[in-house]
Design a protein around this ligand. Sequence first.
Ligand code: PNS
Length: 161
Amino acid sequence: MSTHALYPGSFDPITSGHLDIFRRSARLFDRLTIAVVHNVEKKGLFSHEERVALIAAEVADLPNVAVTSFTGLLVDFVTENGVGALVKGLRGAADLEGETVYAHWNRHLAGVETVWLPAAPELSFVSSSMVKQVASLGGDVDAFVPAGVAAALKAKFGNTP
Ligand code: PNS
């Protein structure tokens, strides 16, 4: 049986940690869809279209990976798209706590299982929120985001070198 896995998230913006999990997941599953949440009530730094484009540029070389966005309940996307498993990365205990809640809810609502991959240790302290905070104050985040994201952050914060 082929498994279509779904990696949902905010990805505002993706970091190298996300990218590592995308690539490792793409090797584990037949198909991987990365789904950016489109939350109309919560405005992020990047629009959902920008987030999708930043991800798509980084996974263009992976033939079994697609990128899209979704609104509403994640499990509706799961049932409508034949998703067999959810996949997420875990950086540590703080992530485990939140992700356990999500995993139980999603299994309750749609019977879908969640698979967690351990984050790369050297990226375990990297988050979209820290990247945004440091970049907004002019700090260097280039080691922790793909080059396209680094350029997009510089454009957003107007501190292009
Ligand atoms: O990148 P994040 O913040 O860990 O992503 C959280 C996300 C988008 C996966 C989660 O908030 C979500 O699934 N939102 C959609 C609404 C929903 O289905 N909520 C109930 C189950 S978590």
